[in-house]
Design a protein around this ligand. Structure first.
Ligand code: NAD
Ligand code: ZN
Length: 263
């Protein structure tokens, strides 16, 4: 750390991050479930506290679980789709889209399966874990677009619902997310690795840093000498490996960064 930087560390996190943001040629923002928490979308762990404490989320998010009890798994995903449909992007999503207008090389690598970044106006978004809204046939892989969301779905995480059938082969439709034990979409992963390799600032927002391979991206950046910043209300697996660990919500951090850049 040079003299200017050691002085910078005494400043507010927003000032430090704004300094690094201005200096960066290329910025990657890695988002996790915490990015959507202020829009009312439960994170993985929060989901365990609710009705779903009876179930292990990893057992709801595997191909084996789907094959064993399709109505349970599909019903849970229909609830998640309805919850996201009813949610709105928050100030942090909107600030991130504005930050990309200031720094056009900014791109987003998201572990989230919602569409809140896009609805906030962000253009360069990779979804490493797929999308809730890209359902396809479990048997033949063809897309299935017209998923029906019952009006009460957003209130019913324990809704049991059989998945629709594929119009081509009659197979059952599955959600378009990457389940535990499945490989990430190759193209998305390659692009994410390239963006992270080429960037000179990586900001990890609202991720616990325990779901691999996404969780390896901050250390890929770090090993190349790239500045890595984390924003999260609590300490995480990443906290000891970053240049700046900022205890804040996604909304506070991104609005704070935007405000610091405008002063
Ligand atoms: P995670 O649930 O493991 O961790 C979420 C992190 O967000 C935690 O560290 C928590 O402290 C932090 N957090 C909570 N509120 C926050 C806020 N307001 N601002 C910033 N941070 C906040 O999530 P993960 O690291 O993304 O990994 C778990 C998996 O869960 C991912 O594969 C993801 O695809 C999936 N998931 C996605 C969504 C979504 O699409 N919105 C929701 C739940 C789970
Ligand atoms: Zn099919």
């Amino acid at each position: 750390m040079d003299m200017e930087e050691s002085g910078m560390q005494a400043n507010a996190p927003s000032t430090v991050l704004a300094h690094w943001f201005r200096a960066a040629k290329s910025v990657v923002v890695l988002t996790g479930a915490g990015m959507s928490a202020e829009s009312g979308i439960p994170t993985f762990r929060d989901a365990q506290n609710g009705l779903w404490s009876r179930f292990d989320p990893e057992d709801l998010a595997t191909a084996r679980a789907y094959q064993q009890d399709k109505a349970l798994v599909w019903g849970w995903y229909v609830w998640r789709m309805a919850t996201v449909r009813a949610a709105q992007p928050h100030a942090g999503h909107l600030a991130l889209a504005e930050l990309a207008a200031i720094k056009p090389s900014l791109s987003i690598v998201s572990q989230n399966v919602d569409d809140l970044h896009e609805r906030a106006g962000s253009k360069e978004v990779i979804h490493l874990h797929g999308s809730l809204f890209a359902s396809h046939c479990f048997a033949c892989g063809r897309p299935h677009d017209d998923v029906c969301l019952p009006p009460e779905a957003a209130q019913k995480p324990s809704l049991r619902l059989m998945p629709p059938r594929c119009s081509h082969c009659g197979g059952y439709v599955r959600p378009g997310v990457v389940w535990f034990g499945e490989t990430l979409p190759k193209l998305a992963w390659r692009r994410a690795e390239r963006w992270v390799t080429d960037c000179d600032l990586l900001v990890a927002i609202g991720t616990s840093g325990i779901v691999f391979p996404a969780a390896s991206l901050p250390s890929v950046a770090r090993h190349r000498g790239t500045k890595v910043v984390e924003t999260n209300p609590v300490r995480t697996q990443l906290s000891d490996q970053v240049d700046l660990s900022w205890r804040s919500t996604a909304g506070e951090a991104l609005s704070g960064l935007l405000a610091a850049l405008k002063t």
